[in-house]
Write a protein that binds this ligand. Structure first.
Ligand code: MG
Length: 403
């Protein structure tokens, strides 16, 4: 079998105003997807996503980069040789030209996942079977997320997740420490302690603010404290991991195993959150999860983009013994619910493994055609890691807007 062609598809779905959410990662205006289609000379095609669910970059440039540059390295190659092709793209151009923390790695992720999809279809097996088989089925899922709100509003959001059947959910903080702490207490008052609460600061705190909130999280029995600090502050994470009795988590903005190595070496993380459609694909996420497992650490993949990323992450978590759950985006997101005809959705806080070969989901081409990329920005810039000094490029994202 040989690769016959590579083509990137990009889709765009605006978020109606009543469904827009805010966090330290930015104010979301649209959900957008870029996914790669790899065709073969035997009629089998595979699909893989880049993780830019709410894009703050021009997805047209992503498609051009993939289709004009990466594709040339793939056409004519045997798609079954995933590790070889991963190395060819990574060492052949990414580390030399694009950078190992780059859109190039996200495109490599899409290509890797599409190759796994092809392999599964060619062999007639779901991807998790090729990764060693199901360690767990179904895969537990937590709801993402309770977004920036007043304490009363945050409690209402959390209650809605429980009413929908979720047994775990995440809460976004990093807006205002007093409001953050009041919201977390209001949520526990509303839902009690019989449900897992994850807390995500999207890199918005300084060390001393993270320590203060972290001490509250100890009392509130939070399951983990996600991205408390900017990801370049490895020592800060190590400081928090040493001081706090709450698990430190990070990884959604990290690329390849080499971003995780210093965190693991310096005991700065307890839960790695690699995103399969950004960190280097299913292949690289599995390597990162296994690396974490060797140090008795857990892995919970970041999954906040599209239906293909959910599917890739389900296969990954199913096959890993140290991955207790998957993130499930519960915001308004057509690229997660309608990009494929048979999306993997949780029921009672868990997702059943697909039985079809490969990723096990089928692109809805009518949806793709009906939602062409418009070139508009999907999300504003994220906040600075200092309370009161957040910046943004899109209006209507501030503490005042919650009043
Ligand atoms: Mg996060």
């Amino acid at each position: 079998m040989k690769v016959a062609g590579v083509r990137t598809h990009i889709v765009d779905t605006p978020i109606p105003e009543e469904h827009r959410v805010r966090s330290g990662a930015g104010y979301k205006l649209a959900r957008q997807a870029a996914f790669v289609e790899i065709t073969t000379d035997e009629g089998i095609s595979g699909y893989g996503p880049c993780s830019f669910g709410s894009a703050s970059l021009d997805l047209g440039s992503v498609a051009t980069l993939c289709d004009n540059t990466f594709a040339q390295a793939l056409v004519g190659e045997d798609p079954h040789r995933i590790e070889r092709l991963w190395d060819k793209l990574y060492y052949g151009s990414i580390v030399r030209v694009h950078g190992y923390r780059s859109v190039g790695v996200a495109i490599l992720s899409a290509i890797d996942i599409a190759l796994w999809d092809i392999k599964g279809k060619a062999l007639g097996a779901p991807i998790y079977q090729l990764l060693g088989g199901a360690f767990q089925d179904p895969v537990p899922a937590y709801s993402s997320s309770v977004y920036w709100d007043t304490p009363e509003g945050a409690a209402r959001q959390a209650r809605a997740f429980l009413d929908a059947g979720f047994k775990a959910f995440k809460v976004k903080v990093g807006l205002d420490v007093e409001n953050d702490i009041a919201s977390l207490h209001a949520i526990r008052d509303e839902v009690g302690y019989g449900v897992d609460m994850l807390v995500d600061a999207n890199q918005c705190y300084t060390r001393h603010l993270a320590l203060r909130v972290g001490r509250e999280l100890e009392q509130l029995n939070a399951l983990l404290f996600e991205e408390p600090l900017p990801i370049d502050d490895v020592d800060g994470h190590a400081f928090l991991a040493d001081k706090l009795d709450v698990r430190i988590a990070t990884g959604e903005n990290m690329y390849t195993r080499w971003d995780f190595v210093p965190y693991i070496e310096r005991r700065a993380v307890h839960v790695v959150q690699a995103d399969a459609s950004r960190c280097g694909g299913i292949s690289e996420a599995k390597r990162i999860f296994d690396l974490a497992g060797a140090f008795h650490l857990h892995a919970i993949p970041h999954t906040f983009s599209d239906a293909l990323t959910v599917a890739a992450s389900v296969h990954l978590v199913a096959a890993c013994s140290n991955a207790p759950m998957i993130e499930y985006d519960a915001t308004y997101n057509p690229i997660q619910t309608a990009l494929v005809k048979n999306p993997l959705v949780p029921s009672e806080s868990a997702i059943e493994l697909p039985t079809a070969p490969g990723l096990g989901v089928e692109i809805d081409w009518d949806f793709v055609e009906a939602h062409p990329y418009t070139g508009t920005i999907g999300i504003g810039a994220g906040s600075r890691p200092a309370f009161g000094l957040g910046f943004e490029v899109i209006e209507d994202r501030s503490a005042k807007s919650l009043a």
